[in-house]
Write a protein that binds this ligand. Structure first.
Ligand SMILES: [Zn+2]
Length: 224
């Protein structure tokens, strides 16, 4: 706690006072471009791994970067998504998993959750991920299974996200783009899924115009 307290003092006396103009603009309101949904893990900070500034990302973090399907939970997740999309008008939503995710490890080993009833119950929202692994990765074990779990889980949350009416409506109008990412802690880079080639690949070294193409294609539009 002492580090936090001295950090607060340092922020006020050095950062805030030095960049007063920037901070006073933030007081007027926010218009973040992106809703970033990530894990609560202390090693995966969205603003640091994307080098974003205050005001740029609207952030939703929970254990295991889970997006419950619409109606499955009336918790803060749905409200945060609704506010970001309908009020703030974010243009992009990122769901970002990460290597070494403890929540996904727990999903693979539910026997370790006997004394954590709330975590166990929360991870029920990721049951579809577990089923996908059971049915498609029965031969895969250990680290390789965790790696597959992290990627499949992000894609499953992209599907859950689209059950939210506000998201579905904006996608239909082409006003929202979805991104499925995985942060690799050991490499310090981000893999992005592209529906075009159906795989995850690193964004590092890509020209931003090329990197932008690594996204989840919008839902098929029905002609009206
Ligand atoms: Zn995690």
């Amino acid at each position: 706690m002492e580090e936090l307290l001295s950090g607060i003092h340092q922020f006020h006396t050095q950062v805030f006072n030095r960049e007063k103009d920037f901070y006073s603009k933030l007081v007027a309101g926010q218009s973040p471009s992106t809703l970033f949904i990530g894990c609560s893990d202390s090693r995966v900070d969205p603003t640091i791994i994307t080098q974003s500034n205050l005001g740029e990302l609207f952030v939703l973090r929970n254990a295991g970067n889970i997006v419950p399907s619409y109606g499955a939970s009336n918790g803060g997740e749905s409200a945060t998504i609704e506010y970001a999309v309908s009020v703030l008008g974010v243009r992009d939503i990122v769901i970002c998993g990460h290597s070494g995710c403890g929540a996904l490890q727990a999903l693979l080993h539910p026997e370790k959750l006997a004394k954590l009833p709330l975590v166990k119950s929360w991870l029920n929202h990721a049951e579809a991920t577990r089923r996908v692994l059971d049915e498609n990765y029965s031969e895969v074990k250990g680290e390789a299974l965790l790696k597959a779990a992290i990627r499949e889980h992000v894609l499953m949350q992209i599907e859950n996200l689209q059950t939210h009416p506000c998201v579905a409506a904006k996608l239909q109008r082409g006003e929202l783009t979805l991104h499925a990412w995985v942060y690799r802690m050991e490499k310090g880079d981000i893999l992005a899924y592209s529906t075009e080639d159906g795989r995850f690949a690193t964004l590092t070294g890509l020209d931003p115009k090329e990197a932008k193409k690594r996204k989840v294609a919008n839902v098929r539009k029905v002609k009206r």
